[in-house]
Design a protein around this ligand. Structure first.
Ligand SMILES: *Cc1c(COP(=O)(O)O)cnc(C)c1O
Length: 415
């Protein structure tokens, strides 16, 4: 027998270990489109419950936007369902190239190459452009997909302390003998909602002859005055050598990603990036939806402005209620609870009040840093936010944490 009882036992034991460590993730089933109001089955088999979603990456509310849905239908009708090919064999339609041009124009780069996802973009880009004579210097908190991409590349790797420019400068000095240096950052860090200091990163890159890489998955479409991303916010549009981003968050929320940047780097990815060469082309229906998302963004800044307003309103409301928030000015607003079990109980009670928000704890965040990560959307109306604020206050009172300091909460609940 190939899958013997012994083999089964090994996996059952590992799964039990995960359960006992309190790290087992249970999925909730959503029976409606992704939006501010969703219908959820949880736990499995329970009656459907209408809840307000405050933990989606649906920043601009485009996931179920009628214009995006209509454009996707049109894409389906005019370009079919699937490509049945990778890009370089027979998987490139006119609209794939059109989207690459639109992204290039929007991000202010030289060229763009699409990938099935941003995870794939990050998995492919480093190996495609670097050799063992090069060095990748990454911020210590970069996204898991970047970590995996760096693992697949035989360039040397080192890290700098999160957001610490002095430490980054030391590392750049240390590696001056390398052929190429790449400074690797997320634009917005998704767990804390803080932003890379790309202006300072660019200054160091110019001083020490390094390339700048930024993954702007949690920024493209809404950070910066016209939503171009963290480089716009930091005033360094045109100075990014490599931007990776996703279409699975603000930009329609379906899937797909890209590498955008210097044209030789994009061309190297077309020749060498393995997830590009060996995985299917993005489906036409998604390309059409993403094209419409960009058209909506270029028409006006209304959605990102509304998102910004919602984020301010939400931060102010939670702060006045007496919660401890991670500081920041992005639509990612972590409500700090410190204790892992408290974050789970808090999330469960919120759900009881009709609010869907998930607790994060070790190993997703550091030990003693458990939180409910809330994310705002342009799809939220004031009444959604008011109802959610009321629920947070009610549960906060129940656990007696309102107006308390971190020390006080930790002394009540432990780490
Ligand atoms: C979500 C995310 C990704 C993965 O994007 P997909 O397109 O879903 O693969 C990559 N990097 C960062 C920083 C992300 O937040």
């Amino acid at each position: 027998m190939s899958y013997s009882e012994h083999t089964r036992g090994i996996y059952q034991q590992r799964l039990n270990d995960i359960r006992e460590a309190g790290l087992f993730k249970q999925e909730r089933f959503i029976h409606s489109p992704q939006a501010a109001d969703i219908e959820v089955e949880f736990p499995s088999g329970a009656d459907l419950k209408k809840v307000i979603n405050v933990c989606a990456n649906n920043y601009l509310g485009l996931s179920s936007h009628p214009e995006v849905v209509k454009a996707a239908h049109e894409g389906l009708d005019t370009r079919g369902y699937g490509m049945s090919s990778v890009r370089f064999i027979c998987g490139t339609q006119d609209i794939h190239r059109e989207l690459e041009k639109v992204v290039t124009d929007f991000l202010g780069t030289e060229d763009t190459i699409l990938f099935p996802s941003c995870m794939d973009a990050n998995a492919g880009v480093f190996e495609a452009i670097l050799t063992k004579d090069d060095i990748m210097i990454s911020d210590r908190l970069v996204h898991a997909s970047i970590v995996d991409g760096m693992r697949l590349c035989n360039a040397e790797h080192d890290t700098y302390k999160h957001g610490d420019m002095e430490h980054l400068e030391k590392k750049l000095q240390q590696f001056q003998d390398k052929r190429l240096r790449v400074i690797i950052n997320d634009g917005v860090y998704s767990m804390d909602g803080d932003t890379a200091k790309l202006d300072e990163v660019v200054r160091l890159a110019e001083a020490y002859d390094a390339l700048v890489f930024v993954d702007d998955s949690h920024a493209s479409g809404f950070i910066g005055k016209t939503g171009r991303g963290t480089h716009e916010k930091c005033g360094v549009v045109g100075k990014m050598d490599i931007i990776t981003t996703t279409f699975g968050k603000a930009l329609g929320g379906a899937s797909g990603g890209c590498v955008s940047g210097r044209k030789e780097i994009v061309e190297m990815c077309r020749q060498r990036a393995r997830p590009y060469l060996f995985s299917n082309a993005m489906a036409p229906v998604i390309i059409s939806g993403v094209l419409k998302a960009f058209e909506i963004l270029k028409r006006s800044t209304e959605l990102r402005d509304k998102l910004e307003e919602n984020a301010h309103y939400w931060r102010r409301g939670l702060t006045e209620a007496g919660f401890i928030l991670k500081k920041g000015d992005t639509p990612i607003v972590p409500v700090m609870l410190f204790n892992a079990k408290l974050s789970q109980d808090f999330s469960r009670d919120l759900y009881g009040e009709g609010i869907y928000a998930i607790g994060f704890f070790f190993p997703v965040v550091a030990k003693g840093q458990a939180r409910i990560r809330t994310q705002l959307s342009a799809g939220h109306e004031k009444h959604h936010l008011d109802k959610a604020l009321e629920a947070f206050s009610k549960i906060g009172k129940k656990y007696q944490i309102l107006g308390k300091t971190e020390e006080e909460i930790v002394s009540m609940y432990g780490l």
